[in-house]
Design a protein around this ligand. Structure first.
Ligand code: HEC
Length: 205
């Protein structure tokens, strides 16, 4: 019991240390963008999604080289998610780009039997819209949710559902709003980041 208590204090202290040394280069994608393996449009791009955290590594004219870290499911490495088992989309890649991913530690999820691998993607964005404050993105999402998701029923509470439940709900509810895909996706991402299990998103940067 005593040890568990000490462990909790240690975890809290480590968590605080991490916040205190927050990476100044950390940025968020302000909207969906094409991501290329080289600073050119020659190869087939992947997609990086709104609110995905990334680090800027270098710049070359209008191109910005970034690093996105996330998690992929074994056998389905083309899709990068924010945390193991939590389907908050960070990026999707063409098959040809999967070989360039840097795969590191793996985690087995006993609940689903799936294996998740921590993944680093280095790629180039052309003149991307970046945002250092995630709240600026939510300031765009929240009114969409408040207006478009209350036409037929009461406002739902984001943290009454898990991030993965929001994926399913938005598949059905998104199209009912009549919004373009990008607006629906923004609401989905907003709901996921405010879901019951959203703390796990920042535990796995
Ligand atoms: C055109 C009407 C309409 C709009 C717009 C709409 N909904 Fe719904 N929603 C429904 C109906 C009807 C139900 C009842 C269950 C069903 O049909 O699946 C429902 C149910 C739900 C549920 C409960 C599902 C469950 O199984 O517990 C959630 C959560 C939800 N809506 C969220 C949203 C969100 C978020 C939006 C905006 C992106 C939205 N809804 C927009 C009609 C709508």
């Amino acid at each position: 019991m005593f040890n568990l208590y000490r462990l909790l204090i240690l975890c809290a202290a480590l968590g605080m240390a991490e916040t205190a040394h927050a990476d100044p280069d950390l940025q968020y994608l302000d909207q969906m963008a094409a991501i290329h393996l080289t600073p050119s449009t020659d190869s087939k791009p992947g997609r990086a999604f709104v609110a995905t955290p990334l680090q800027v590594l270098s710049r070359q004219e209008d191109w910005v080289q970034v690093r996105i870290t996330g998690w992929t499911q074994a056998g389905a490495e083309r899709v990068i998610y924010a945390a193991p088992g939590i389907r908050v989309l960070s990026a999707t890649l063409p098959k040809s780009a999967v070989g360039d991913l840097i795969l590191t530690d793996t985690q087995d999820d006993p609940e689903t039997g799936l294996t998740w691998t921590r993944t680093e993607l280095r790629g180039w964005l052309h003149d991307p819209a970046l945002q250092s404050d995630l709240n600026q993105i939510w300031a765009r999402a929240e009114p969409l949710f408040a207006k478009r998701c209350t036409a037929c029923h009461q406002r739902r509470i984001p943290d009454h559902y898990t991030a993965n439940q929001w994926t399913s709900h938005l598949k059905v509810m998104g199209p009912r709003t009549g919004l373009p895909k990008e607006g629906q996706f923004l609401i989905r991402t907003y709901m996921q980041h405010h879901a019951k299990d959203s703390a796990r998103l920042t535990q796995n940067p």
